[in-house]
Design a binder for this molecule. Sequence first.
Ligand SMILES: *Cc1c(COP(=O)(O)O)cnc(C)c1O
Length: 402
Amino acid sequence: MSRREILPDRTGHFGPFGGKFVPETVMAALDELERAYAASRRDARFRRELRGLLRQYAGRPTPLYHARRLSKALGSLKVYLKREDLLHTGAHKINNTLGQGLLAVRMGKRRLIAETGAGQHGVATATVAALFGVECEVFMGEEDMRRQALNVVRMRLLGARVTPVSGGTKTLKDATSEAIRNWVTTVRTTHYCIGSVVGPHPYPMLVRDFQAVIGREARAQILAAEGRLPDLLIACVGGGSNAIGLFHPFRHDRRVNMIGVEAGGASLTPGHHASTLVKGRPGILHGAYSLLLQDRFGQVLPTESISAGLDYPGVGPEHAYYQLTKRAQYVTVGDAKALRGAELLARTEGILPALEPAHAIAYLAELAPRLPRGSCVVVGLSGRGDKDVETMSASMSAKHAA
Ligand SMILES: *Cc1c(COP(=O)(O)O)cnc(C)c1O
């Protein structure tokens, strides 16, 4: 990556990755979105409105919290947590849905659609649809609806229609395909609100821009607290939006290392994890060229993870490019370690994280003995753990029974 390279380029590419691979009908909608976004980005009123909502509605800025007891438990580090778990709806997802919701209203769209896996993005989309008074339909795999019944109720309470998807493995990948299919026939009235830095251009760029508030705040906050930049940033990677939101504003700071942590699931056997950057190969999924978990015939592999939010066979093209150019490093942490990561943070700091960022905490614990004394680390704490207590409780009783 050259020092001032603009990402993505005009055609929506991050090096070889990204682009648009969609049917003709969607192409026109993507052009419309790109133009509307370019105009909004320059418009002071749009920026002011979004800033106001992020502050008064979502709860920004989020604290950059110095976790002293965790730091001590890990040796002689200085660990800071970027507290996205304190936002309205409990995770970073609202940064993006507020941005896209505002954009949709500006484009005159009266309906939002979204895909969801764990239900977190569905809830964040249903929330802004209620806030802006527009219609909302969320596509969700039948299997996920069963596993995440509480979030289905939340979405319905917020006035959204939740449509079960019964194709394929009945999970996020299939819900995304269904949302794209629905969009093809409704583009005139509908905005498709994608939940991560994936999909065709301009989505990986605009979701990144809406999430980059995480890294911009963290950069200013750490400079105020420490008078210097951190040595290391760590965040979990599903599609990659919370991680890129933290990383992107630091990408030109050569001394700041970045590590993205993927879900290692039950094991690294094909079909039993979601470590796309670590184990994937290039291919096209959901409208973009990126890395992808696939078999040798190019069929998308099933994925597995204790954290539904990381359970996706693709990944954002900007991460694929950071890995290719060695700007960031990507690693994997399995289910059992992630659970221990959640417990470590809960016991040392009184913060129960979602199982997604628990992967990042677990990797930091593993890495800590190899880091220089006094290293300053910022961890992206993408969400809170309330949604995962049932999963954690099941694994606790299994442990106590053993
Ligand atoms: C959805 C979610 C993730 C994964 O999505 P990214 O786009 O990779 O950030 C991570 N953490 C939480 C709490 C989530 O809800």
